[in-house]
Ligand binder design. Structure first.
Ligand code: BGC
Length: 384
């Protein structure tokens, strides 16, 4: 499956053991039948970070052991030309220095917990506050900044990478040792599937997601406002000025948040709606009509008119955070050297609702010993 990349490296395909080569760049490189592993960089504490590349159907994916980051995701346009549709950086230092969670695996809790505190079974917990008064995306050293063990796999026609990590009891203030497994799979059709699994030894809260910023015209190609988006959600969770849900499930009807029929992402983004002002664009959780489901169900279709690329998303989760890259402010250059500005990428983070540990009316994010947290999201790619 990885023959093209392997050939480019001048490396011979090997059996289960890795064949190491110097690689074209002189970097350490190892190849299995289904995956290429390259040295990507070294952290200040000496930990080595790898980049893994897998390929299936027309899709090629590269993932970093640092933060489980989706560094590149290449899919074809209507003429069969592949482009990288995921925003990111070319080197490890940039990820460490200033990444706004590009491509990252988010945990233990995706999005915000008000004032970084919650009570579970009568006990209060304090998390690091890293976003105004709140805790965002698992605290200042969340899963996005940890190094994961990565192993390639093949299951029938599918190829993938399994990421594993045990988050110790008390890490970032969260109770319980959390054993996490995340599978990134490319199916034979080139779909990108993410399966999350976690168990704990003490009652805790969990909400895992992936923070890929997409631009279906290609990373670094400018604004995503022309993309057409449809979200199967009649309600969303309005927020206060610190972006914490008020608890209300408001109707999208008659607001800029109405994506029930496909419309351009930029169409209503300059409407002076209080919620748009709070988010500096859209940065909101949509309460999906299907709710929490055992199997992934279709929730989103995004189309980029020029390239014809279409991404459909199916998930088991009850919510999706739609974020229009509002805080990309032209302060750094991405993978291909272009500067990212506001609206140059969008995120669709499948999730339970923000601040659920403090919102009893929201679907629960509590995980107890003996139970298994499971979540699946599938991104399917086609053209029109
Ligand atoms: C949040 C945004 C935040 C972004 C990146 C999104 O999930 O909703 O408010 O700025 O992540 O930091």
């Amino acid at each position: 499956m990885i023959t093209a990349a392997a050939a480019a490296a001048g490396a011979a395909a090997a059996g289960p053991a890795y064949a190491s080569t110097g690689g074209a760049s002189g970097k350490e490189r190892a190849v299995t039948e289904h995956a290429v592993k390259e040295h990507f960089g070294t952290l200040a504490d000496g930990t080595k970070v790898d980049r893994w590349t897998i390929e299936n159907g027309r899709t090629r994916l590269s993932v970093l052991s640092y933060g489980g980051v989706v560094q590149t995701l290449e899919i074809p346009d209507r003429h069969g030309h592949r482009a990288n549709v995921s925003l990111g950086f070319a080197d490890l230092d940039a990820y460490v220095a200033s990444s706004p969670y590009f491509g990252a695996l988010i945990g233990r809790y995706g999005n915000r917990i008000a004032r970084g505190t919650f009570t579970l079974d009568g006990k209060a917990y304090q998390l690091p506050v890293n976003d105004g008064p709140n805790s965002l995306h698992g605290g200042d050293k969340g899963f996005d900044k940890r190094v994961w063990t990565v192993e390639p796999f093949r299951k029938g026609p599918d190829v993938g990478l399994t990421l594993r990590r045990v988050s110790p009891d008390g890490e970032m203030g969260y109770p319980g040792a959390l054993t996490v497994r995340v599978d990134y799979t490319l199916t034979a059709a080139g779909d990108f599937r993410i399966d999350y699994e976690a168990t704990t030894d003490k009652a805790t809260v969990v909400n895992l997601t992936n923070h890929t910023y997409y631009n279906l015209a290609g990373e670094g190609s400018g604004s995503i406002y022309d993309h057409r988006l449809q979200i199967a959600a009649s309600r969303y969770t309005p927020v206060d000025k610190t972006l914490i849900p008020t608890g209300e499930l408001a109707k999208v009807a008659g607001t800029p948040f109405d994506f029930r029929r496909a419309k351009e992402i930029g169409r209503d983004i300059r409407e002076a709606h209080q919620q748009v002002l709070y988010g500096q664009g859209i940065d909101h959780n949509f309460a999906l009509d299907k709710g929490l489901t055992r199997r992934p169900e279709h929730i989103v279709t995004v189309t980029e008119p020029e390239s014809g690329r279409v991404m459909k998303i199916a998930t088991t989760e009850p919510g999706v955070q739609f974020y229009t890259g509002n805080f990309l402010t032209g302060t750094f250059a991405g993978t291909s050297g272009q500067v990212y500005r506001q609206g140059d990428g969008f995120c669709l983070e499948t999730q339970h609702f923000p601040d659920s540990p403090n919102q009893p009316s929201f679907p629960s994010t509590v995980l107890r010993p003996g139970d298994t947290y499971r979540s699946t999201t599938v991104h399917s790619f086609s053209t029109r």
